[in-house]
Design a protein around this ligand. Structure first.
Ligand SMILES: NC(=O)c1ccc[n+]([C@@H]2O[C@H](COP(=O)([O-])OP(=O)(O)OC[C@H]3O[C@@H](n4cnc5c(N)ncnc54)[C@H](O)[C@@H]3O)[C@@H](O)[C@H]2O)c1
Length: 262
């Protein structure tokens, strides 16, 4: 089950769409959950062209009823839930001073409440069969300042939930891990005004140790690993998928960034 398995329209692929596609390539039957059914439908088509199995389920995961219904649909359609990928997220820019209370509530609802509710109804299904893997798509914004107070708080909360749930449900055979994507290029990012210029693309690349662009596929590959039995002894970790951005000081990268022609 992948939440936010559609992708903001545009070129490229979002992390939920890529995760669902890679899981399907590995043999998973995937329930594609999204607020916008037509976006998840695009993902289903992509998976089916490759010979995979997927179904679409439209739900608002900020609502308990939506999450309860999606878990029921997964169990009714595929028999159980082996893997939950909590991928829904929405960037929210603003400092503690200028962000409105409404924007704070909305960012926490979309980025954190959805995780709480999806897990609330999924964990009992996994616990009943003594196995399961949950992968939370967080962000480097949980670990580094970047002017997104509510988004950062929500993603930080996700990392706290990751270790808490890994503890609380480890003896039930459930592994819980997180991924912290870095400056990847997805349709959602490219839909933000000012993000599509060559200069900004180069900034995203040169900020990382590898100096290359990252995409939703890089996150999807990491999701499939953490979800799989290859990761059977890995739980409670946060895996950065970020070209090493979290491993370096900004000072060391300055020469690469300053070399980008404006
Ligand atoms: N793109 C990046 O650079 C980047 C960086 C770090 C982390 N992330 C995280 O990766 C995740 C996905 O990012 P993306 O760029 O692929 O975004 P995206 O907008 O392409 O995909 C998110 C999907 O979630 C769906 N969604 C939104 N609210 C929902 C709700 N209430 N119920 C059900 N579905 C809902 C949207 O319809 C959309 O299809 C997010 O958690 C984001 O915070 C992205």
């Amino acid at each position: 089950m992948v939440t936010g398995a559609g992708s903001t329209p545009g070129p490229g692929v979002g992390t939920g769409k890529a995760s669902a596609a890679v899981l399907a390539r590995e043999g998973a039957s995937v329930l594609l959950v999204d607020l916008h059914a037509e976006r998840a439908e695009e993902t289903r088509k992509m998976i089916e062209v490759e010979g995979g199995t997927a179904e679409v389920f439209a739900a608002d995961c900020t609502k308990a009823a939506g999450c309860e219904a999606m878990v029921k649909a997964a169990v009714d359609t595929f028999g159980t839930v082996d893997v939950l990928v909590n991928n829904i997220g929405l960037a929210s820019v603003g400092t503690v001073v200028d962000l409105s209370e409404e924007a704070w509530d909305r960012a926490l609802d979309i980025n954190l409440r959805t995780v709480f509710l999806a897990c609330k109804y999924t964990v009992p299904v996994m616990a009943a069969r003594g196995a399961g893997s949950i992968v939370n798509i967080a962000s480097i914004s949980a670990l580094r300042g970047d002017g997104t107070i509510a988004y950062s708080a929500a993603k930080g909360g996700m990392l706290a939930m990751t270790v808490e749930m890994a503890y609380a449900h480890g003896r039930q055979g459930i592994r819980v891990n997180a991924i912290a994507p870095g400056h990847i290029t997805t349709p959602m990012v490219m839909s933000i005004p000012g993000q599509t210029t060559d200069y900004v693309n180069r900034l995203r690349e040169e900020a990382g140790l590898l100096g290359t662009p990252g995409t939703g596929w890089d996150v999807g590959a990491a999701v499939a690993f953490l979800a799989s039995d290859d990761a059977r002894w890995i739980t409670g970790v946060t895996l950065p998928v970020d070209s090493g951005v979290l491993s370096v000081t900004p000072l060391a990268m300055a020469r690469y960034i300053r070399a980008i022609p404006e």
